[in-house]
Write a protein that binds this ligand. Structure first.
Ligand SMILES: [Zn+2]
Length: 339
């Protein structure tokens, strides 16, 4: 599959539902998007990506009468998403703060910080959940589950609650910020603390999903990235309004690189529609903490595979993970991104 930033828009296969389908990023196999619960490719176990035959333009964002949908937040970008509206709290439309003292300290003319903590449960994960829980409804599943280092569990619990669904979150015991556990609990999730690390939690939750007992909303779920790509759309729109151009570079913290992949995918779709030239796409730079830097290690050592670190440690708990066996870390970029 051609995942280059200037790859042409794909033609819809027969299995597409209203111009939307799932495609394997490894072998190109395509699947109907909402007929069955599916997290990876039936043929090769590769990661799946949501595809559209009609990628969005900037003019389509927030267009139409108010009755047709929200003008702010994630669902402003419904033309780039599988549905017109999700299970919403609502989310997105987060501030892009000006930071003059940091600009001066690092010697950059214009630096802005996107405050994703302003989402309903306090993290960008809400953007993915508004889409993912809507898909769960479409699939007709009644229970949701995730393994989490904290933010995902809070988001899953809140959106599952809003969607009137049962939620189960698995947390590595003693490794999650107390406030995040409290959030999940207050939203009615069943919480299971696992004596092990994040990967041990993921193993259990994947077994539950394989037995059909819960719909998995971990990072390998392709629909969550769809909501997360709206971070990139908001940045481009706001920068264009403020500066008359797009940013040169976007710097993101990297756990399993879900957001990096999501923003790249969103920009690729804008290039496909002709809304953005390939050379206007901001460079994406991922940052890892010293104590949890398996991707940095792979790039520095020139390895094709990302080594799993048995011990990861950083105060930034949301990125305290070694890449799980099947995760968004296998998606492009890091290296596919221009720059
Ligand atoms: Zn495949």
């Amino acid at each position: 599959m051609d995942l280059a930033i200037d790859a042409p828009a794909p033609a819809a296969p027969d299995c597409a539902d209203d111009g939307t389908w799932l495609a394997c990023i490894e072998c190109d196999e395509t699947f109907a998007p909402f007929e069955a619960v599916r997290y990876t490719c039936d043929e090769c176990d590769g990661l799946l990506e949501v595809r559209y035959d009609d990628p969005p333009t900037f003019d389509e964002f927030g267009s139409g009468a108010p009755s047709e949908g929200p003008d702010r937040g994630v669902w402003r970008y419904r033309e780039a998403l599988p549905f017109d509206l999700g299970v919403t709290l609502p989310e997105g439309d987060t501030p892009l703060h000006r930071v003059p003292r940091i600009e001066e300290a690092v010697g950059v003319d214009a630096l802005r910080i996107k405050h994703e903590g302003m989402n309903p449960t306090g993290s960008f994960k809400d953007r993915g959940m508004t889409v993912g829980v809507r898909v769960a409804k479409e699939l007709g599943v009644g229970a949701l589950a995730c393994a989490s280092t904290g933010n995902t569990s809070a988001a899953l619990a809140a959106y599952g609650g809003r969607g009137d669904m049962q939620t189960l979150v698995l947390l590595p015991a003693g490794k999650v910020a107390a406030g995040k556990v409290a959030q999940a609990s207050l939203h009615g999730a069943r919480i299971l603390e696992v004596d092990g690390n994040f990967d041990a939690c993921l193993d259990i939750v994947q077994e539950l999903a394989a037995r059909g007992e819960a719909y998995l909303l971990n990072s390998l779920n392709p629909f969550r990235l769809e909501g997360q790509k709206t971070i990139g759309f908001e940045i481009l729109e706001e920068c264009y309004a403020d500066y008359g151009g797009f940013p040169d570079r976007i710097v993101l913290p990297v756990g399993n690189a879900g957001n990096t992949s999501a923003l790249y995918k969103g920009f690729r779709e804008l290039v496909q529609s002709g809304a953005l030239d390939a050379d206007e796409v901001p460079k994406l730079t991922g940052v890892q903490a010293d104590g949890a830097a398996p991707m940095v290690e792979a790039i520095e050592e020139g390895n094709d595979e990302i080594r799993r670190w048995e011990e990861v440690e950083t105060r930034a708990t949301a990125i305290r993970i070694s890449p799980p066996r099947a995760s968004a870390s296998s998606r492009p970029p890091p290296r596919a991104s221009p720059g």
